[in-house]
Design a protein around this ligand. Structure first.
Ligand SMILES: Nc1ncnc2c1ncn2[C@@H]1O[C@H](COP(=O)(O)OP(=O)(O)O)[C@@H](O)[C@H]1O
Ligand SMILES: [Mg+2]
Length: 253
């Protein structure tokens, strides 16, 4: 049973100040091997949820299981090991500005696959960069010498370096023009297809991209899950907020 669930969240509560709850008793199963989009208005706790899945934030109460492991029962070294199975791509590419493209992608390998050595790190990095459509002539450039789209590709290649089982994207297309948005959506789609069995979790304010990309959509509201289901289930929903989102789309606010 738990084999089919990549992330299991039970009664998750998070308050930063002890008064207001950003997450207020959230229950959620993110299916393994699929693309799940998490949508909701700005400030509904999407990024806070992702940070709990990564073990960066600690819950006020409740449980988070990632790949069958209860995060709160894990030691720091175990948590670090588990994190190597999670690839993260944040809204801003967050590349190291003073490292070349190649050095950026080698970085996680150097940290977690130390025994392989430089030659193999570079081979793996070159393969990952190839998978996201980066040509080798760019490998020795600095991020400042690349276009926004290329920086996204490098960030994704770095997230893929350790062959993660779960890929998490936080607003991967926010602030991008429509053409680049489509490129990044395709990149997410193809990356998922090319990594058999991998689980992708995409936080997005773009409902229509969520429909295009994902098998499963989770809509957050008031610190919990308003609706989780397929595109079809969203279209059939009689929930007023869901219907409003469907007619207007989700404006980023
Ligand atoms: N480290 C923090 N300390 C205090 N409040 C925070 C922190 N991180 C997020 N919040 C608050 O939690 C709420 C949800 O934030 P977030 O998850 O970033 O929203 P979004 O859905 O837009 O990603 C916001 O009100 C935000 O101000
Ligand atoms: Mg956010």
């Amino acid at each position: 049973m738990s084999d089919e669930v990549a992330v299991r969240i039970r009664d998750l509560k998070k308050s930063f100040d002890g008064k207001d709850y950003v997450l207020n008793g959230m229950n959620l199963d993110i299916p393994r091997g699929k693309v799940t989009s998490i949508i909701g208005f700005s400030g509904t706790g999407k990024s806070v949820l992702l940070k709990h899945i990564l073990g960066i934030l600690k819950p006020t109460s409740g449980t988070i299981e990632v790949l069958g492991r209860d995060l709160q029962k894990m030691s720091m070294p175990e948590l670090i090991e588990l994190r190597t199975k999670l690839g993260v791509s944040f809204q801003y590419s967050a590349l190291f500005d003073d490292m070349t493209v190649m050095e950026n992608v080698c970085f996680p390998l150097r940290e977690h696959r130390f025994s392989l050595g430089q030659k193999q790190w570079e081979e793996i990095a070159a393969r990952k960069l190839g998978q996201v459509g980066m040509e080798s002539k760019h490998f020795h450039k600095l991020p400042s010498e690349l276009s926004g789209g290329m920086r996204k590709r490098v960030a994704l290649a770095r997230a893929l370096a350790l062959d993660p089982e779960i890929l998490l994207y936080d607003e991967p297309t926010t602030g991008l023009d429509p053409i680049l948005t489509e490129v990044v959506d395709d990149l997410i789609h193809n990356t998922h297809k090319n990594h058999a069995g991998s689980t992708s979790v995409v936080v997005s304010h773009d409902l229509f991209a969520a429909f295009r990309l994902s098998d499963y959509i989770v809509m957050l509201d008031k610190g919990g899950v308003l609706l989780a289901g397929t595109q079809d289930e969203f279209h059939k929903s009689k929930n007023e907020l869901v219907m409003k989102f469907l007619s207007k789309g989700l404006k980023q606010g």
